[in-house]
Ligand binder design. Structure first.
Ligand SMILES: Nc1ncnc2c1ncn2[C@@H]1O[C@H](COP(=O)(O)OP(=O)(O)OP(=O)(O)O)[C@@H](O)[C@H]1O
Length: 514
């Protein structure tokens, strides 16, 4: 740890934030020690991102609080992005802000500008050199000439970190703030990132870090601060803490036991039978999903896992193969065909693919059922709204009002809303792509329970997830895809997180896109 006069890197005192008259952060006091890894935890919607945005100067806090960085105090109301930057704060947000079709150096130049030679021509060599230096000093082993889209996911995050740290001088006070850096990474790639965080810490940098992966937090963080409904309810060392204690801090209640994974009958009728499916990267995949069954699909990026779901939802062209739904041959040429056959898809990117971002929450929940409110000459809007409001309650979606725009909901609540919308159609086959990415431990348990209840009613689910722990705890069976082929199936005692991780990774080099 660096020696210096200040025993606190960042101190927040009396921070309040109100959106449209609704308090989101209430009198938050929080201290972060220099050279520590400090995790900011809390359920979906508890106020973590809002607090980080206040620290970045993106959202102004309400008048009255103070932000102190290495001994310099700023009134929260007059704090802004320039002060954050001058004070050595560097942010990496979840959507890394990298342009996939530009090279790593060009992405660096987007923020720092292009170096110029005399005569004002861009010095491409100078740009590559300075980018290489920044990557080397952050120990990131990536060629500056590579296109960002060709990098593996953990390298993209490392590049974003190196870019954030690029002009931070040795010995200066730097605080790296990471908002859910491992949320979209498969477990083995998350490990690479945690290593990078440890290296930053060993160089004396302070790291503030938001994550829902509690095992990871216990592995890497020195201290945690826990927000519950906008109030900071605990700040303590991770020494001696376990996951159940953290969940109890986040919820104010004892941790719940997960529901048992009931086994489907071996001779249950197939809901879906796929034979010899060829589509995009998929090279002849066979698959059966039965009533009462949750089947997981594991594979690295490029294995074909998302193409499989898209094809089954009529969103990607099936080049060859056979498909049966409930024992009858099916041709799924569009999502409409799929929905008619009782198939629903909850996609991975709920912001882009799944939601009507500007519409209120209740209309988003209602979107799949609009026709049932059309009575020939007018829409029964009041009934529609009342039903949606009931669903919002049943699904435990936390919102101040059903009228809130979808984008104002926190990540986990957005995911529950999208799930609510599809489950109300009672689909025979529910397709889920990364169902709990960015979702807190409690909402994750709720979502798993909703999926289990749905299949218990005689339906089936097919789940793609990079979170192998999720596949182990949720699924009855997991198939492993590699390079477009099905290479293994795990059931019973062989279905473990470790076995899935090993089987997905055997080939070292695979394309990076589905
Ligand atoms: N721009 C906004 N306008 C109105 N309300 C907002 C806005 N941004 C966030 N909120 C509300 O503030 C509360 C806190 O949201 P925030 O995104 O900080 O939660 P979070 O702890 O980061 O959640 P998650 O873990 O799901 O990302 C939520 O109720 C959210 O709906």
């Amino acid at each position: 740890m660096r020696s210096g006069p200040s025993t606190t890197a960042i101190r927040l005192t009396g921070i309040n934030k109100t959106f449209d008259g609704i308090p989101v952060l209430r009198n938050v006091d929080c201290s972060i020690a220099p050279g520590s890894v400090h995790a900011l935890l809390g359920g979906n919607g508890s106020g973590k991102s809002t607090l980080l945005k206040i620290l970045a100067g993106v959202h102004p806090a309400d008048q009255g609080g103070t932000i102190t960085i290495y001994g310099r105090a700023y009134a929260a109301g007059s704090y802004g992005p320039a002060i954050a930057r001058q004070s050595g704060l560097r942010f990496v947000h979840q959507d890394l802000g990298l342009v996939p079709d530009l090279t790593v150096s060009e992405n660096f130049a987007l923020e720092s500008g292009y170096p110029r030679r005399a005569g004002m021509a861009i010095s491409w060599r100078g740009l590559r050199r300075s980018t290489r230096q920044s990557l080397e000093s952050a120990h990131v082993d990536v060629d500056p000439q590579t296109l960002v889209r060709d990098l593996r996911p953990s390298d993209r995050t490392l590049v974003a970190i190196a870019r954030a740290l690029r002009d931070s001088d040795e010995g200066s006070h730097v605080t790296l703030v990471l908002d859910e850096p491992t949320a979209s990474l498969p477990q083995h790639e998350a490990g690479v990132l945690l290593e990078a965080i440890r290296r930053c810490q060993s160089r004396g940098q302070t790291i503030v870090y938001v994550s829902h992966r509690l095992s990871e937090v216990l592995e890497i963080a020195d201290r945690i601060s826990v927000l519950r409904d906008g109030v900071l309810v605990a700040e303590r060392s991770t020494a001696g803490l376990d996951e159940a204690q953290i969940v109890a801090l986040m919820t104010g209640q004892e941790a719940r036991e997960p529901l048992a994974r009931g086994m489907p009958e071996a001779d249950a009728r197939p809901v879906l039978t796929v034979s010899g499916l060829v589509a995009g990267p998929l090279r002849g995949v066979d698959l059966t999903v039965r009533r009462h069954e949750i089947v997981g699909v594991a594979g690295l990026l490029g294995s074909g896992r998302s193409t499989l779901l898209r094809t089954l939802f009529g969103n990607a062209r099936m080049e060859r193969g056979g498909l049966e739904v409930d024992g009858a041959p099916a041709r799924l040429r569009s999502p409409r065909d799929a929905i008619r056959r009782g198939i629903a898809l909850v996609p991975e990117d709920r912001g882009k693919d799944a939601a009507f971002a500007d519409l209120p929450l209740w209309e988003n929940v209602s979107a799949t059922a609009i026709r049932s409110y059309w009575s020939g000459w007018r829409m029964a809007r009041a009934t529609e709204r009342r039903d949606a409001t009931r669903l919002i309650r049943t699904f435990g979606i936390r919102t101040a009002t059903p009228n809130a725009p979808f984008t104002h909901l926190s990540g986990g609540n957005q995911q529950k809303a999208v799930l609510a919308r599809w489950l109300r159609l009672d689909p025979r086959l529910l397709l889920l792509d990364e169902p709990t990415q960015g979702v807190d431990a409690m909402a994750r348990a709720d979502i798993h329970e909703l999926i289990r209840e749905h299949v218990a009613r005689g339906n089936a689910a097919l789940v793609v997830s990079s979170d192998f722990e999720e596949l182990e705890s949720l699924c009855h069976r997991v198939i492993v895809l590699r390079g477009g082929s099905r290479v293994a199936e795990l059931t019973g005692p062989r279905l473990t997180e470790a076995a899935i991780a090993e089987l997905t990774q055997i080939t070292p080099k695979e394309p990076t896109h589905d």
